[in-house]
Design a protein around this ligand. Sequence first.
Ligand code: MN
Length: 427
Amino acid sequence: MKPVIDATHDPERLSWVESANATDADFPVQNLPFGRFRAAADGDWRLGVAIGDQVLDLREAGLVNHADMARLMQLPAAERQALRAALSDGLTRGSAREAAWRAALRPLSGIRVGLPCRIGDYTDFYVGVHHATAVGKLFRPDAPLLPNYKWVPIGYHGRASTVMASGHAFPRPCGQLKGPNDEAPRLAQTQRLDLELEVGIFVGRPNAPGRPIPIGEAEDHVFGLTLFNDWSARDVQAWEYQPLGPFLSKNFASTTSPWIVTLEALAPFRRAFARGAGEPQPLPYLDSAENRAHGAFDLQLEVWLQTARMRDAGQPGECISRSNFADAAYWTVAQLVTHHTVNGCALQPGDLFGSGTLSGPKPEQAGSLLELSEGGKRPITLANGEQRSFLLDGDTITLRGHAVRSGFRRIGFGDCSATVLPAAQGG
Ligand code: MN
């Protein structure tokens, strides 16, 4: 699938929704991300498209007659593009639909967002090679990157039940902890609660069981991307992770941004994918000229921390790390789809992949506190003097992301935010 740049990406297009025209708006008319919302706590779920500081209710705008995101996500590419074109035309200044669609707008500040779709299965990958190397060093100083890493896109099956939409809070989890000098493990609250800066990948079109998706068709099965925080209890993880990988250290909470930015919207922000000198080339089933030409996504990513003290003082929080999806990832989205199905595994609309933690090549670009604090040994110091090795109760983490390219409008993902509460039960 070649990314298609068309009139919907024209930077000259402005919207009659004035807030969408601000140069720093996450949701200009060139973006048009999809999500689900309720106008009231007990209201029906609606499908919507974010535009400026508003959401367009797709049913009220006459564009769909249902509230099933999975149906929309599995539309063939041509129909997805036609829907995008209709949204773009209708929301652009001068459209005859303005009068009718004004009545279908709701302010984002007045709605409740939900998960963008019902998530069937959740798979967490590990494509961040700088993260994998840094964490490998902490867990296994003698063998940081295991020999399979550069051949197989590493992943594990997670749980979808505790993936939540931005804006939630969750209790600090308990689990089995065993320090290196402890004789036996004990059940206790995690002392090493961490975030993971990831990109979420939402599957659109399904494949039948037994039918692998060739790399040339892989992106046709991806509806779009979100920001994704895969909260992790590092002390639980260290004790439980061998030999089958993470289990309870990862499935107590995960947070996704509520608006799926479609691959169509991201077409201008694709980048070549290349392996460095001396790196093994992907096996042929994971390789193609198209994947090499534009397999990567140039997305700038940020981690913001607001402590309880900052919140009490009316301070917005502090950016503690910045990285880029393309610089951090050893594998492309297309390679993940193709590898996931090479054995015949069936993907379904609404399945979610986490990319893995997207740390940049420099230490300050790390996408987790485990790396930023060097395994807890060197706490980071915040502008107000507070220090953090790992997260404390009351901390709010917000992931932000946007794509920028000269000659195009900046598009953003919206906030992916959640807050740590005290543990629900004593440990
Ligand atoms: Mn993860």
